[in-house]
Design a binder for this molecule. Structure first.
Ligand SMILES: C[S@@+](CC[C@H](N)C(=O)[O-])C[C@H]1O[C@@H](n2cnc3c(N)ncnc32)[C@H](O)[C@@H]1O
Length: 189
């Protein structure tokens, strides 16, 4: 029997299908850098990846991972709240980004003191949607197993469901996914 890939692998497949070499991409929750590394590979040597995280520990882990892979030069690592996304990246990036990814929750292996929450996630999503170029895609993986996770996931869904044209929103939920599994939303422009 083939094991179903975890939803993070599904995120990478979904973003791979739109990303091209030379693109600009944003990882709004860098964490341990797995998603940032994936984006770096997908945009190639001429591409650019902006990776944000609130925690220095997360950016250190991401920096080490990218350095080991020889991909630090195409990345800008930024310690910031993603609720300040546009101010931090610059408004000139609006409409110029092919892919944005949000992998919400806490830093795996941390004390879980820092965790994403609706109060900053929803403004961050709103700003991130303005970065997307036509043909761009945003993925949002929201976990429900930690305190506040359900509230955040519901706020993300409400935000996404209220999006109108030019955006198209869908939930990716492989058959047999348990109710408690993370929610994966995809926003296409
Ligand atoms: C599940 S982890 C991300 C996993 C990561 N994408 C990877 O590939 O390893 C969530 C991250 O979001 C960060 N975070 C929490 N609140 C944030 C905020 N308001 N702005 C930016 N990052 C935040 C946490 O510090 C944590 O590192």
């Amino acid at each position: 029997m083939t094991r179903r890939p975890p939803l993070t692998a599904r995120v990478h497949e979904l973003l791979s299908s739109v990303l091209r070499h030379g693109d600009t991409a944003v990882d709004a929750t860098a964490g341990n850098g797995l998603d940032t590394l994936f984006l770096c590979r997908a945009v190639g040597v001429d591409g650019h990846v902006y990776a944000l995280d609130l925690q220095a520990a997360a950016l250190d882990a991401t920096r080490r991972r990218l350095h080991a892979a020889g991909m630090l030069a195409r990345t800008r690592l930024i310690q910031a709240d993603h609720a300040e996304l546009l101010a931090v990246l610059g408004h000139e990036l609006q409409g110029r980004v092919r892919a944005v990814t949000f992998n919400l929750g806490y830093l795996p292996g941390s004390d879980r003191e820092v965790v994403t929450s609706a109060a900053s996630t929803v403004p961050a999503l709103r700003q991130a949607s303005t970065l997307l170029m036509p043909g761009g895609r945003m993925s949002i993986l929201a976990y429900t197993g930690h305190p506040g996770g359900h509230l955040e996931a519901r706020a993300v869904e409400e935000w996404a469901n209220a999006l109108g044209r030019p955006f198209l929103v869908r939930e990716v939920r492989p058959p047999g996914t348990p109710e408690a599994a993370p929610r994966l939303l995809v926003v296409d422009r």
